[in-house]
Every structure is written in C-alpha cells, then in structure tokens.
Design a protein around this ligand. Structure first.
Ligand SMILES: [Zn+2]
Length: 416
C-alpha cells in the first residue's frame, strides 16, 4: 500500500539562509496577492478569470522588465503560490455551491496575505535531496536540520518541500510517498501474536481522555496556565506605540507565547492518539455535538483547548496506519447515564456530578471511567441498548468483563 505522509521539522539556518528564505516567502506572498488582484480585476471587468498557468505566463513576461528581482528567487516560489491561489479559488466555489444547496457555512473569499501574520511560506519542487542532518533544496542549497534522522531517507519519493516561518523559527515540511505494509496482513499477523483490545474513550474537560482500561490522559491545560502570560504580553503590545520597533518585538513575543501553547496542545494530542492507535484494535468515541457545546460560553474555551475534532481526526488517520478502527457511538447512546456494571440507566445525571453511583448494584465509579467502559460495550450492544432512554433495566456486561470491571473499579478509586 502506498501512502502519502508529510514530515515537518525545524531548520537550522544561518543569517544568509534566513534572508534567502524570507526573500522566497516574500516572492510567494507577492505573487499570490498579485494573482488575486488580477483575478478580481478580470472578474470585475467581465474578462475571463486567468488560471495559474495564464498568470504564470503573464508573470514571466513581466519578469523581463519591472519584476527583475524575481530572478533572485527560485521560479517555483511564485509559481506554486499561484497554484495555491487556484486551490483557494476552487475551495471558495465549492463552498458557494454547498451554501446554495442549503448548508450553513461561511463562504469566505480568498484574502490577501499580509506580512503581519508572519513571513509565511513557499513551496519548492524539483531536485530535493534528504540527508540525515540536512535537506538540499533547489536554489537554497543544503540547509541544516535541527533534528537528525527524522525525515525518511530510503524508499520514499519526495514530492515537494514547503518552507515556512513561525515566530522567528523556520520549518520544512516534506510530503512523501512511501509504501506501508498492508493493513489486512498486519491484522492477521497481529491476531496470532497479541490480539489488541477494544477500548472506549471518554473525552472530557477535566481529563483530556479517560480510557476504559483505566488509563487517564491528563489535560495539559496549556492555554489556561499560559493565559496569564499571554494576557500580560497582550497588554504590553497595546501599550507600545504603533509602528515602533518595541511594538514589533512585543508582537513577536506574543506570537511565540501563542505558538508555545499550540505546540503543547499538539504534543499531548499526538501522544494520546498514537498510543491508542498503536495499542488498540478499535476505539469507540462519543459523538459530541461540539459546535453545540461551543455555544455554551463557559465550556467553550476549555473545549477549544482540548481539541475534540483534532483528536478524532488524528485517531482516524493513525488508525489506518496501525490497524485500529475508530467507531463513534451516536448521541442517543446513554454512555454517561448508564451503569457500566449492571446496565441500569439513570433518568437524570447532572454534569456537575463527578462520581457515578448506581442505585441498583451500588457501583461507585468515576464518572468519566464509567462512560469509557460503556463506550467499550458499544460495538456489541443491541440497538435497544444503544437507544435506551432511562427506563427499565438492561442486562449488564458479560461475566468476563464484569470481573474486569471489578478490577478496574479498584484502580479507579484514586480518581474518585
Ligand atoms: Zn449498576
């Protein structure tokens, strides 16, 4: 099976290389904005809207005259930027179509790129060579990498390289085509060796994820902890005079703080989803109506911080690599109200209650763990069980699981 994967890693550039990269990013940004202006102009005057190919031809003619400075950068930078612009256009029209079909989405016309949001990025194609400690790119030459051996060396086809700047640091992202053992083979092999278990995962606000095997993945709360710092930096930005060097410095500091928060969050999510995708044969998640929950203002920041959508997205694509199926229990499944031992469903269970207490079998268990255990049962649950609304008592978990449930209960005590 040939899969497409991208690897992004930080570059270790000297000053000359930094300037060259900034120049390339500048050329890409300029070409994008110029192309966008040309498209808008053509549309407004009723001409045919030029494509990336038309624009590139036009740009080449201009290069001989007033745009001679474009010769200083690889021709790929403006060319690929124009391709991105075509993509942005295509996405825009796709959204317009969806909106006309009655979907509630924002259409969002492509916007001009501004240097205010960082130097941006550029993409290069052609002769790209990856070494253990460096990457060789057209025009820019050999660039050192901060992490050695991360980019794949053998058996891959490098398609392009995108260099980008964020908070003063430079990164390169390389999408590659690589072969990966077929999933069916792997599963058959895996079954003979160690059959991987099914897990239910409850995503939450207090803990990022509670797994039905008793693992609790804590939330880094990165945003909250760093919020004070961000607020302080925000204030210092607004105190500085507009256009001053000090303001620029403060803006950069603020950007770095934001990036740090985002990186901490990303790291935790990746570690959690990798762990699950590698060690489980199937993961059952709850179908959370995230956009509905986001409207609730108190929960909004916490949920945005956790990144539910991203969790599911990562788990799905990593599951394809490692042979882990992602299942989603629908929103009518009473995963929080149901007792994971006897199957009794409570009519009411308040969001503020952290401990689940069953009136029937007197199970006392952490709320999130109980939900995770219920989600684990989802694949084998009958449709009546899946849509129970709180009346009647259903048969509980099978005996084997019941025993495990008892064992898990004792481990769960430390969370209660
Ligand atoms: Zn019970």
């Amino acid at each position: 099976m040939i899969v497409l994967r991208a690897f992004k890693t930080e570059l270790d550039l000297n000053n000359r290389q930094k300037t060259a990269c900034a120049q390339h990013a500048g050329a890409a940004r300029w070409a994008y904005n110029w192309g966008l202006a040309r498209k808008i102009e053509a549309y407004q005057t009723g001409q045919k809207v030029p494509t990336a190919i038309d624009l590139h031809r036009e740009l080449n003619a201009l290069k001989k005259g007033e745009l001679a400075w474009l010769y200083e950068v690889s021709k790929c930078a403006p060319q690929e930027a124009l391709r991105n612009l075509d993509q942005a256009y295509a996405h825009f029209f796709r959204r317009v179509k969806k909106k006309k079909a009655g979907k509630k989405i924002q259409v969002g016309f492509p916007r001009f790129k501004s240097k205010k949001n960082g130097l941006g990025s550029f993409r290069l194609t052609g002769a790209i060579h990856v070494f253990e400690k460096a990457i060789q790119l057209p025009r820019l030459g050999r660039l050192r990498l901060k992490e050695r051996g991360y980019l794949p060396l053998d058996g891959v086809k490098v398609l392009s390289a995108t260099v980008s700047e964020q908070g003063g640091r430079w990164f390169v992202s390389v999408p590659v085509e690589m072969s990966q053992p077929d999933q069916t083979h792997r599963l058959a092999f895996g079954a003979g060796q160690t059959a991987k278990p099914v897990a239910g995962v409850d995503l939450g606000i207090l803990a990022l994820a509670t797994v039905s095997d008793g693992t609790r993945i804590e939330n880094p709360r990165a945003l909250k902890r760093n919020l004070g710092k961000i607020k302080r930096l925000q204030r210092s930005v607004s105190r500085q005079q507009k256009g001053s060097a000090n303001r620029r410095k403060a803006v950069q500091q603020l950007a770095r703080a934001h990036i740090r928060v985002a990186n901490i969050r990303k790291d935790t999510l990746h570690q959690a989803t990798s762990l699950l995708a590698r060690t489980k044969s199937a993961v059952v998640l709850e179908d959370l109506n995230v956009s509905g929950m986001m409207k609730n203002h108190h929960l909004a920041q916490a949920i945005a911080d956790v990144g539910f959508h991203e969790f599911r997205r990562q788990l799905t694509y990593k599951g394809e690599w490692y042979g882990c199926e992602v299942q989603v229990a629908d929103r009518f499944y009473p995963s929080t109200k149901r007792c994971s031992r006897c199957g009794n469903v409570k009519p009411e269970f308040d969001l503020s209650e952290r401990v689940y207490e069953c009136e029937v079998c007197h199970l006392i268990i952490d709320r999130d763990l109980n939900a995770a255990l219920n989600l684990e049962c989802w694949p084998t649950a009958s449709s009546a069980e899946r849509h129970a609304c709180g009346e009647g008592v259903r048969p509980g978990r099978p005996a084997v699981l019941d025993e495990a449930g008892t064992e898990r209960r004792s481990t769960s005590c430390r969370y209660v």
